[in-house]
Design a protein. Structure first.
Length: 467
């Protein structure tokens, strides 16, 4: 188990991938830039490790618990490196490491038992569960360790082996995580490969991969699915979201303002299930805008390693350009930036926390996923209009309803077209619950027992009651 050494890269033997600190905009380290030709050997090694790994569930669970302890113990090394390449505040990186360890423990303890079906016939039908084989995981740069563990913890607990590809923007902490896990897992059970495209596409399409699990953009997810179909591999896709927060007319604005702000701006807004648009009753719209703008003005933006920073930079130059482009287009269309609306004049990829009002409801900053520290707040007259607008995009990952009457808020939540709806908070997930999107937000289910069984295949044995 571990990372794979690069023998080739786009530039020839020993290809290297520069890794940029988003707080400075400068490269500070590098990782191997693996070539797709290397995947055959790597997948073969994963397949060779599979029979031994799947054979002993008790030993497998023990190994995963040992791995969890190793990850927790390595937090002092993992968290600063994660902050350096991703940009988030150090406290959030420590939380991500802790979540990674917790997920390993959760799935180590989540056993799978056979089930017997009796239907009146003199035959006993027993359902067993079998692992699939080598699994591929492709993860983005916003939560490199947490999203990786959301894929490898259930896959390994189910008895599969895995080849994991992190984003080329954030390969270092994942490689270090692999080295930590190597102290507990057999060789070949989990291998990390790093590099630019077409590495991910080649991994998804590799004929030795039996399940491809991906988190990222819709267009890339479609390409991953198209590659996997050539070998009829199972596919699980989490393709992002454009979550709406619907505020009801009885909401206590000051009471929920902090929660609402951080639901939108945590990790600099780079969260698939962040609040990305707010619908507020017209009569309290200005109060909502004022409360959010006050917090946006006061929050400390700076390098994630600075203990005073609450918001870090956008992760990479391309994403910063995207956030700036969406904001500028909205402003040109008549929107007003109550606060922010521009890059910060400093080194690195910093964008001012931005609250937009007077935004045309069909503007792309509302209807698409801009994935940054920008939040449009839109007024509504009738609640039905807000629900229709919340459901009016192609996304369906999450949503939330905010109000004092919880029964009423829950009734509205049931009208949202999404996989998860929260009431008076947003984006919090238990390890034990399913996580899935509808519409263009994904295919398949992660989390809890559903995530474990998504990495298994049923095997049925029919046995007569008598010879």
């Amino acid at each position: 188990m571990g990372t794979s050494r690069s023998r080739r890269g786009p530039g020839g033997p020993g290809g290297r991938l520069p890794v940029v600190d988003p707080a400075t905009g400068e490269a500070f380290d590098e990782a191997p830039d693996h070539h797709p030709d290397e995947l055959a050997e790597i997948v073969d090694r994963a397949r060779a490790a599979w029979p031994g790994w799947r054979a002993d569930p008790a030993a497998r669970a023990t190994a995963l618990r040992t791995a969890a302890d190793a990850v927790a113990a390595a937090g002092a090394d993992l968290a600063p490196l994660l902050t350096r390449e991703q940009g988030k505040p150090l406290a959030e990186s420590h939380a991500e490491v802790a979540r990674t360890a917790a997920r390993l423990r959760y799935f180590a303890d989540l056993g799978v038992l056979p089930r017997t079906i009796t239907d009146g016939r003199p035959v006993r039908s027993q359902i067993h569960w079998r692992s699939l084989g080598p699994v591929a995981a492709i993860v983005p740069w916003n939560f490199p360790l947490q999203l990786a563990s959301a894929k490898f913890a259930p896959a390994l607990a189910a008895g599969n082996t895995m080849v994991l590809k992190p984003s080329p923007h954030t390969p270092l902490a994942t490689r270090l995580l692999a080295a930590v896990l190597a102290t507990a897992l057999p060789d070949g059970v989990l291998t990390v490969v790093t590099g630019r495209e077409p590495l991910g596409a080649a991994l998804a399409a590799h004929p030795g991969i039996r399940h491809v699990t991906f988190t990222g953009s819709g267009p890339t997810g479609r390409a991953v699915a198209a590659g996997a179909v050539t070998s009829l591999a199972r596919v699980t896709l989490e393709l992002g979201g454009n979550d709406a927060a619907v505020l009801l007319d009885d909401v206590d604005v000051e009471r929920v303002a902090d929660r609402l702000f951080w639901a939108a701006f945590r990790n600099c807004g780079q969260v698939c299930m962040a609040v990305k648009r707010v619908y507020a009753p017209a009569r309290i719209h200005d109060r909502v805008v004022e409360a959010l703008a006050h917090r946006a003005k006061a929050v400390v933006v700076g390098p994630g390693l600075d203990p005073d920073s609450r918001l870090g930079p956008v992760n990479n130059a391309a994403q910063l350009d995207r956030v700036e482009r969406y904001t500028a287009r909205a402003l040109a269309a008549g929107a007003r930036a109550v606060v922010g609306g521009h890059r910060l004049d400093r080194p690195g990829y910093f964008f001012a926390p931005t609250i937009l009002t007077d935004v045309p409801p069909d503007d792309p900053v509302v209807t698409e996923e801009q994935f940054g520290p920008v939040l449009p707040v839109l007024p509504y007259g009738r609640l039905d209009e807000a629900v229709e607008a919340a459901n009016g995009t192609g996304f369906g990952l999450g949503g939330s309803v905010w109000g004092t009457d919880l029964d009423r808020a829950e009734a509205v939540a049931h009208r949202l077209e999404c996989g998860t709806a929260w009431i008076n908070h947003h984006g919090e997930l238990s390890l034990a619950q399913p996580f899935a999107g509808v519409k263009e937000s994904g295919v398949g289910v992660a989390g809890g027992p559903w995530g474990l069984y998504g990495n298994l295949s049923p095997f049925v044995v029919h046995r007569p009651e008598e010879p």
